[in-house]
Design a protein around this ligand. Structure first.
Ligand SMILES: Cc1ncc(COP(=O)(O)O)c(C=O)c1O
Length: 368
């Protein structure tokens, strides 16, 4: 960051942006990476690149952050929500084909908690129906499916480097494109719809407005902050995965009936983004209160988007949404960060156990 300040270039497109994009190309194997100021901005670029408009439909899960849907609503398209799987909480690939209509243009796969969706199945469906596959990999940096990086299966993919993510520069994101033509257009869209990048390398004598774009690049100070994180990405991820594994070793199979720990399919490698429990809905708030009283910050999310106020105006949910409606009400995210110690994890586990043991008729552990 001091180098950036000394260089005098604080605006986008300097050495730090280039370094981040280079590191992301190395980590993911993608040839086309564009750093942005947020995953939201990257999703909005993806929506423009998809060329969706009024009357078009985009399939996505309801159990996600609003930006996943909002990006397509901004283009006038209609998000069509499909239910999630009860095990991974990811888009249920077995329900996707029934939701496809002649107006469907794209499928958006959100990799919840850094555990990838079944990308092989979703790619096959997208291919069969001539749809774009877009990965909202906001939470899935360095995750993979069948050994291939999350973010490289779709036509387009987005990452987040927001303060809540594994790697962060406060606000940051990236767009991955799997074709040179999409990437060329994305460079213009990111730069206010102008050919300024061509001007900067002397390809055109002046730059002008050539496409419908936005301002999605990231300033160099934030990019420098992210660069330091990306240089440590494997180490940071390994620390988080180790914390996740410690939680899982202590909790999986040893909680009362009605409690569920995360499920990771054999084809998936996750990045330790979140460790969560699904508990009986009537106990969720009591567990959050119990943990808060012990000084432990735990939380829940997301409001299913099909039940949100904006959904009535902008979206549709043609099929039953039983999992999307019931699972968030059962979800408790346990504290997990790169620097969490074994002692802290053990304290959280002990409090979860104390809570479970005090439940009338539930004290007998399943795995005990
Ligand atoms: C699945 C998902 N998509 C999109 C976003 C938006 O990311 P950002 O805050 O970088 O815009 C988030 C952020 O939490 C997310 O979890």
């Amino acid at each position: 960051m001091q180098e950036v300040l000394r260089s005098g270039q604080l605006s986008a497109g300097g050495l730090s942006t280039a370094a981040c994009e280079g590191l992301m190309r190395q980590h993911t194997g993608s040839a086309h990476v564009l750093l942005t100021h947020s995953c939201t901005a990257a999703l909005e670029l993806a929506a423009i690149l998809s060329e969706v408009g009024p009357g078009d439909e985009v399939i996505l899960p309801s159990f996600t952050f609003p930006s996943t849907a909002n990006a397509f609503v901004l283009r006038g398209a209609t998000p069509t929500f499909v239910d999630i799987r009860p095990d991974t909480l990811n888009l249920d690939e077995t329900l996707v084909e029934a939701a496809i209509t002649p107006r469907t243009r794209a499928i958006v796969a959100v990799h919840y908690a850094g555990v990838p969706c079944d990308l092989e199945a979703l790619s096959a469906i997208a291919h069969r129906h001539g749809l774009l596959l877009i990965e909202d990999a906001a939470q899935a940096y360095l995750s993979s499916w069948q050994g291939r990086a999350a973010g490289t299966w779709g036509d387009l993919a987005t990452f987040s480097f927001h303060g809540t993510k594994n790697l962060s520069c406060g606000e940051g994101g990236a767009l991955l494109c799997n074709s040179a033509s999409l990437a060329r257009r994305a460079v213009t869209l990111r730069d206010k719809g102008t050919d300024r990048q061509a001007f900067l390398v002397g390809q055109v004598p002046r730059y002008s407005w050539i496409d419908c774009g936005t301002s999605a690049a990231i300033g160099e100070l934030a990019a420098a902050c992210l660069r330091a994180q990306l240089e440590e990405a494997e180490h940071i991820t390994a620390r988080r995965v180790a914390a996740w594994v410690r939680y899982d070793a202590a909790l999986c199979g040893s909680l009362p009936k009605g409690f569920q720990t995360p499920v990771v399919p054999a084809a998936a490698r996750h990045n330790g983004h979140l460790y969560y429990l699904l508990v009986p809905a009537e106990l969720r708030d009591a567990l959050l209160r119990h943990l808060a009283q012990a000084g432990i910050e735990a939380c829940s999310h997301y409001e299913p988007l099909h039940t949100a106020r904006a959904a009535a105006r902008f979206a549709s949910a043609p099929g039953p949404m039983l999992q999307s409606e019931s699972l968030p009400a059962r979800l408790v995210r346990l504290p997990l960060w790169c620097g969490i110690s074994d002692v802290e994890i053990d304290q959280v586990v002990a409090e979860v156990r104390t809570f479970a043991e005090r439940l009338p008729g539930r004290a007998r552990a399943l795995g005990a």
